[in-house]
Design a protein around this ligand. Sequence first.
Ligand SMILES: Cc1cc2nc3c(=O)[nH]c(=O)nc-3n(C[C@H](O)[C@H](O)[C@H](O)COP(=O)(O)OP(=O)(O)OC[C@H]3O[C@@H](n4cnc5c(N)ncnc54)[C@H](O)[C@@H]3O)c2cc1C
Length: 509
Amino acid sequence: MRIAVIGAGMGGLSAAAALAKLGHEVTVLEAHNLPGGCAQTFLQRGCRFDAGATLAGGFNRGGPMALLEEATGARFNTRQADIAMAVHLPGEAPVLRYGDGRWAQERLRAFGPQAERFWHWQESRADLLWAFATHLAPWPPQRPSDLLMLLADAARLLAARSHVGLSLSLAREAVSALGRYLPQGNESLRMFIDAQLLISAQCQSDRANALYGACALDLPRREVRHVAGGIGALAFELSRTLTAHGGRVIFRSRAHRIVVERGRAMAVETAMGRLEADAIIANLTPPSLARLLGEHAPKELAVPPSEMEFGAFTVYAAVESACDDRCLHHQIVLRRPLSEGNSLFASLSPSWDESRAPRGLRALTLSTHTRLEPWLKLRDHEPVYEERKASLAAQLLESAKAALPGVIRDVAFSLAGTPSTFRDFTLRAGGWVGGRAQTSLRVGMAPRVMPGLWLVGDSIFPGQSVAATALGGMRVARQLHGDYSSSLSVSRSNWSMSPISSSISRSMP
Ligand SMILES: Cc1cc2nc3c(=O)[nH]c(=O)nc-3n(C[C@H](O)[C@H](O)[C@H](O)COP(=O)(O)OP(=O)(O)OC[C@H]3O[C@@H](n4cnc5c(N)ncnc54)[C@H](O)[C@@H]3O)c2cc1C
């Protein structure tokens, strides 16, 4: 098939590289001059700063990033993190999120024995659901055949545990909030979980779906790695792999319109011309995709404004640091409000990665949640906008310095990014990042938008994060290829011999 992919974010590139490896003719159109979208790394005065995402997880055997390597042939240059991240709660010793057996002792120290039941529940659900997500059954099901695959997968996974009670619990948890499973009266635990869910599920324990939340909290156990060259090197490697399989990425090539004829997506128009395709994959937010479809946009692409409230405010700083490489990611929860939240995330480049900063300096990225509307309104009032930006950037830097003495010493230079910056550099509608709050398992859009048109990225299952969007992209590649193969009467037994499926069988419990 001739496949056109709009956007070289993690979702788009993962789908593109997997499809190119399967033999399809793939062209990626990217508006920017760099790949990676929210997971890109940009160069500024000798420093390579991660623009949005900084922490890469899912490299464990059978995990999304390992599957991505198998499905595409990419080889990511990474080193395992000793401690995935440290979470700093006000007035308490940092909680160190180890990815190995040390986590059991650490959580006992930090949250006491009464929290153990919760942690056992969280880990067992995460193990089950990651296995389910890395399998290929489409979610949410859109066709009878999707439903059959889904039921077969669910039956296989549950049969491995042969537990009727488990099925009933899962049915209840699928429609509950995670807060229901937290022990009462353990405020440190609740604060910790809320902070972690905010960055992984875009909402807190009172709203986050229990099963989604259990998986999202599990990222530190799914092998966190530091990527040489910054997180954007993942996208560069996928672009390289895609090219090696005969595909291409055309940078500075913005899609303006998707041509729909008789209910089928047929071509993508850019300023350079028209690209005809048998299938189009959009690595876009639903509102951005709706804009390209114009009158042909299905109503499912409309996202209520109340769900597109938050974006990110970021600071990129070249700093002197006395930090070793054991723990490079820190989530800091503050006593006082910061912008509209009360936490920030700080990530430092590893000392071993000399490509990230000139000698003696490290590249630091700080980020916090912020409401979109005030920034977008201020954009036309330059002095006020710049003043607010400078003031929040200073607050972020001071808070990080105070919470991490020694880790951040002198600042050589810094720059800041607002939701307007994200809007301009990723073309995400209104600078909205992170996708929808994961309050229900049905929040994710179905990836088949209309005949010939598919959606990837953080708006489809399993949602946001580098690992999740990579997995979503691979799942779509598989479904698209599966549809194509079945139209050629290729049997499912042939299909399941492919690299993705063989590694999944190995990872199945
Ligand atoms: C501040 C911040 C911190 C984060 N931290 C982490 C983290 O630590 N770990 C983690 O795993 N995840 C993190 N995330 C989330 C993660 O970055 C995203 O979930 C993921 O990168 C989104 O990928 P995507 O596939 O949806 O594509 P996007 O990143 O949205 O990329 C879409 C691409 O499409 C291009 N494009 C858009 N419109 C067009 C058009 N019309 N024509 C051509 N090209 C177009 C854009 O230029 C862009 O390159 C963070 C996100 C942010 C914003």
